[in-house]
Design a protein around this ligand. Sequence first.
Ligand code: PMP
Ligand code: GLN
Length: 380
Amino acid sequence: MDSKLPNVGTTIFAVMSQLAAECDAINLSQGFPGFDPDPALLDRVSHYLNSGKNQYAPMTGVPALREAIATKVKNLYGRSVDANTEVTVSDGATEGLFSAIQATVRPGDEVIVFDPAYDSYAPAVTLAGGTTIHLPLAQGTDEFIDWQRLSDTINERTRLIILNSPHNPTGAILSASDLDALADIVRNTGIYLLSDEVYEHIVFDNRSHQSLLMHDELWPRSFVVFSFGKTYHATGWKVGYCVAPEALSVEFRRIHQFTCYAVITPVQHALADYMQQTPGHYDELPKFYAAKRDHFCGLLKDSRFRFVPARGTFFQLLDYSAITDEHDVDYAKRLTREIGVASIPVSVFCESEPDTRYLRFCFAKDDATLEEAADRLCRL
Ligand code: PMP
Ligand code: GLN
């Protein structure tokens, strides 16, 4: 059969997690916590599983959860959104991203992403008939996006720009002035913005997450996508949400209703309760994950890897160019087989082969796991 995605293989997350399982390796590849959600949240899920909340949820999401999301968005980002018309619960951030792309991109449209870019963006653009334009992230400076280059790239075919902050895999984060620079560029254009903010709460060193929801000029053209998986240590639940102005949400929902219709009911009820009862849960996350980052980086300080501690997310990039000039995909697989530590090669997130040599390691694990992994990495 002729493939609709001829250049797409199996996602690296499935490949590396499977290899890690086959080799019984420590899996620091695919990003998921090595610990469970708060027992109080699990208790709410169990409660709803056992009290009849097992049939289809409303297509747009359980009302109490949409209300809780709207309250959070108001408290954290100062944006008043209508829980009925501007918040949609999605099947993880992945479906939110997919539906937003299908809602906006038409054949012939161009969509700009920044490499290294999360691997689900470009295939969704291709399926919508669009063309993905890959711009590199600015290298070697504090800057994240080369705004001049973005400005030079947009044209009348540009339909959508996809942003991701905190950024997977580099950990880079957008600043308030970055959002202003973006506003200058898209002003007087019909370009939409899709902002992937799944790591909104994992930002370190007293920096703060700048959501597109905070920006009055950007908000009217933005789909902003989040994931409960990252925030509540529950990636396997695949529950996320998209916040977008009503006119955009209408189009988003046209797609969402036919990609998954609705999302797992008992978990939505449980999340609604938990968000209400424990609103401060996410305030602890920066400290919690910064301690893990610092521990992991500290253990590696005498290794041959070079690195700058991540500013956000639960990933640490390690530059291995002092060890070997092997291609990162080969090296990641070899390390999994030979020393039993699995990671993600960064080149798979890039359209053109990067000249840097990085592997990405997930540090959302308990201390003993990080210590054993670091011990093995230090022997290289
Ligand atoms: N975007 C980014 C940048 C991610 O890292 C991930 C997965 N961790 C997703 C989207 C997908 O999130 P979900 O698992 O909620 O679908
Ligand atoms: N987002 C996770 C990561 O970056 C993986 C999600 C997935 O497996 N699709 O590792």
